[in-house]
Design a protein around this ligand. Sequence first.
Ligand SMILES: Cc1ncc(C[n+]2csc(CCOP(=O)(O)OP(=O)(O)O)c2C)c(N)n1
Length: 556
Amino acid sequence: MATGAQILADMLAGYGVSHVFMVPAVLRRTFAEMERRTSIARIHCHGEKAAAYMADGYARASGKPGVCMAQVVGAMNLAAGLRDAHLAHSPVIAFTGGRDPKTKFRKVYQEIDDLPAFEPVTKWNATVDAVERFPDMVRQAFRVATSGAPGPVHLQVRGNEGQLDQEEAEMEPLVEERFARVPAFRPVPDAEEVKKALYWLERAERPVIVAGGGVRASGAPAELLQLAEALAVPVATSLNAKDCIAGSHPLSVGVVGSYSRESANRVVAAADLVCFIGTSAGGMTTHVWQVPKIGVAAVQVDIEPETIGRNYPLKAGVLGDAKVTLAQMLAQCDRKSAVRRAAWLQQAKAICADWREKYRTALESDAVPIRPERICAELSRHVPDDAIVLADTGHAGMWMGGMYDVRGARQSFLRSAGHLGWAFPAGLGAKCAAPERPVVTFTGDAGLWYHLGELETAVRWNIAAVTVVNNNASGNQSKRGFDRAYGGEQTAKARELWTYRMVDFARVAADIGALGLRVEKPKDFAPALEEALNSRKPALVDVVTDIEAIAPVAVS
Ligand SMILES: Cc1ncc(C[n+]2csc(CCOP(=O)(O)OP(=O)(O)O)c2C)c(N)n1
């Protein structure tokens, strides 16, 4: 006989989970068993949404499911935190306490029916109602989270605090290693469809590849580059797949879409064939289907059948794992066809050179207050070769998507899929997943404020991630929108809609026990970043930036 708590603790350890992120009180007995039976770190956070973001950062940094937990009253806070994981196809497994059939509908303290709230943010949303179901339900949770296009899963455990874990049954903590990380399966594509995709790619005179997060999930960046090089095809990426090609690679044209680099949008707009790989070609990556225009000749490779052709009618649609498919395409492709694209490559290069020239002044700016473009350029140069870099959304995504360059295959780039405030806790989760790698998070001050309390969590656990704050005492991405809303130029009073007090976050950080460094001059940024990385402590680099700096809008 075993308790649910023993089984759950053993199974999480069996799947290789090293950290769980939670706010008590949930699955208390399981936490006691974790201490007795495993070396899993139980990261006790200040908020459930941040706990979900930490689990998400952990998952994206490692490819292993990230685990977060909340009792019934915190369940919707946790669900809110799964929104970004859902949009980003990140394998997060959320456990919550839930209603007991013996007492439901009787106005139990703190209780409502939370289950529907998890429906739109999960691939699978289920209840564990009898203790003997722990083994199969936990296995299914890992299976769903890691297979196909990955995504979040929710298990609601009976009892407002999941007290079902105290009960006993005859059960075994059997785990299936295949589902301990992404990708669980590598489906092999249909040979005819691979041939068809190559047929179109080889004949195109101005083709471009648009690579998405599926390429990273599949571990296929090397195969992507080999195919692009063999056929001489420029590569644009979604923001989610920015780390699939170095910014300095001769075929790299940048991030395409809304939070993008102008050169990528120009190249994709001029292409005569677009090859989508591991991307849903959604609104963000295509600037609401303006780049490229619907009707362009297109081929698509994806692991999800319903994604293939959803947004662009196709000449060929290949259902398969990105790595396996790209390797097959590489083995079969006609390398001689590359000569057909010499003029196109020159054109793409010229477009990229134009972009660099246009933004050189901003990227090298010595202005005080500091320009965000300069921070991005400093990060491109100075983050270590094996760093994990995270960017928040809004302006942080625009600045980093457009102005930052990944330097090589050992660097990772993770981005918020749209939720302001994601990056700081996600960076802490990423550091838990990869303690040996430097983690550098770029966020605005509005983004930081959301979960600033988690700095105490970072100090308590010595999670030595570095957070760079683009501190303009505002959410100034909103400035342009409010100018428009006021019919041209906003009133002075309208600033109350998007500005804050200027706060010295370095002092706040120091008070909490982290390293806090304030940077007011561009030349002081690189030494501060180095000091932060070397400190081996949670560190916050608070950069005072220009409130008038507005990121360029996407070109369509
Ligand atoms: C959860 C959530 N709420 C609201 C927004 C809308 N939003 C996007 S950017 C932004 C302000 C960003 O401010 P900050 O992080 O300080 O960066 P800045 O624009 O100042 O560079 C807001 C409110 C969002 N993306 N996510």
